[in-house]
Design a protein around this ligand. Structure first.
Ligand code: S3P
Length: 430
């Protein structure tokens, strides 16, 4: 089990190009596999989670060329209805996105698919996806009535449903939109608080029978999808570690290049601006996904509140935002974020426990946390709990630490950001 040590204090200075976006990379492989013809992508995220999606599609008979280390993938799509039954179970490691999105696709297939994962993934709730898919007509078996992997799913004759996405989960929404392409009649997904819209953008670009009317997403039976060619934008959720680290340390100055600036993902920038950080963005591309550069200048930050309406736009950035709040002047309150408890680990618990071990003043709430900023943190040994974002957030905390933060169990960083330490060392200055 790997361990990393971060010697603080320090700041971030320089330029960083983050790796390809994880959410978009998963979808690139899935849409490419379901399209008819050759799709080609650059800057595909070569991290464990996305490679599990890629392997799963290969096991369903899709030819995918991937030259390791190049970020280039070519996918020879088989069409929506020509996937083949996998010969063995599909192992998806730590990746919730792979499992939930593949449930939606498997629901449309006439063969049986078995989806499994590591202990963390096997303890994450799947009912949010399996229940509506069952309503559409899929047969799904798994522990606790289809709530936990391993899950066995047999699809076939589906019918459209009208679904209210109360959790504002992009994974749930995406699974139902995939299944909806195979269903009889229309499937409607309602979403009062919008979640990331990458799936919708792919549906539009590949010619699916899809429309968005106000807060309603409507998908109708779709015969075929078109292949695509695109460069995948950098991942703002990976850049978030350097954006936040730079924002919270006066004297830091960082430019993040070619990063995704999809407005359903940029909540972190709004929060950091509100806290007093100097943040400027420049958009260099708008289609298929907004992309550009971000310039960050560090400042002594002020506390702020984050409520439910903002949560989906920064859900994966909350662990590192909690680090910034632990060091901001005054009080910060995160609420409406109960979803954090069912991520790769319970991120409210992991972050509250770890920040407290470093001397932060932080209280755990059922749906978030209450934080009173302190001037500096102190060194300690903390756990990642097998969660990549908890591990990387602890590295960022070291910028304001007199001493060493040792993070145990850091192999998990490879699930989303294998180059994290390289980029950390490149930007780190005393
Ligand atoms: C993701 C959606 C989010 C996010 C996850 C990736 C996606 O999960 O936390 O890391 O790619 O759709 P939920 O949609 O379940 O909130």
């Amino acid at each position: 089990m790997a361990t990393l040590s971060f010697q603080g204090p320090g700041k971030f200075c320089g330029v960083c190009t983050p790796p390809g976006d994880k959410s978009i990379s998963h979808r690139a492989v899935l849409f490419g596999s379901l399209a008819e013809g050759e799709s080609a992508y650059e800057n595909f995220l070569e991290a464990e989670d996305c490679l599990h999606t890629l392997d799963a599609m290969r096991q369903m008979g899709v030819e995918i060329h991937h030259a390791k280390g190049t970020g280039k993938v070519r996918i020879f799509g088989k069409g929506l209805r020509k996937l083949s039954a996998p010969k063995k179970e599909l192992y998806l490691g730590n990746s919730g996105t792979s499992m939930r999105l593949l449930l939606g696709i498997s629901a449309g297939q006439r063969f049986e698919t078995v989806l499994t994962g590591d202990p963390s993934l096997s303890s994450r709730p799947m009912r949010r996806v399996t229940e509506p898919l069952k309503k559409m007509g899929a047969q799904i078996k798994g522990r606790e009535n289809g709530n936990f992997a391993p899950l066995t799913i047999r699809g076939g004759k589906l019918r459209g449903i009208d679904f209210d996405n109360k959790l504002s989960s992009a994974q749930v929404k995406s699974a139902l939109l995939f299944a909806g392409m195979y269903a009889e009649g229309r499937t409607i997904v309602r979403e009062a608080v919008p979640s990331r819209d990458h799936t919708e953008r792919f549906l539009e670009a590949t010619g699916a029978r899809f429309q968005k009317v106000a807060h309603h997403l409507i998908i109708e039976p779709t015969e075929m999808l078109l292949p695509l060619r695109a460069r995948i934008a950098g991942d703002i959720s990976s850049a978030a570690f350097f954006i936040t680290g730079a924002a919270m340390i006066p004297g830091s100055e960082v430019t993040i290049r070619d990063v995704g600036l999809n407005p359903t993902r940029t909540g972190i920038l709004e929060v950091l601006k509100r806290m007093g950080a100097g943040i400027e963005t420049e958009i260099t591309q708008t289609v298929p996904e907004p992309m550009g550069n971000i310039r960050i200048r560090g400042a002594k930050l002020k506390g702020t509140g984050i409520t439910r309406a903002e949560i989906p736009s920064l859900i994966d950035e909350l662990p590192v935002l909690m680090v910034a709040m632990a060091l901001a002047e005054g009080e910060s309150l995160v609420s409406g974020a109960a979803e954090l408890r069912v991520k790769e680990t319970d991120r409210i618990k992991s972050m509250v426990g770890n920040l407290r071990a470093l001397g932060a003043s932080i209280e755990e709430l059922p749906d978030g946390s209450l934080i009173r900023g302190v001037e500096t943190l102190h060194g300690a040994t903390v756990e990642s709990f097998g969660d990549h974002r908890t591990a990387m957030s602890m590295g960022v905390a070291s910028l304001a630490t007199e001493g060493v933060i040792t993070v145990r169990d850091t192999d998990c960083i490879a699930t989303s950001y294998p180059a994290f330490m390289e980029h950390f060392q490149m930007l780190f200055n005393r």
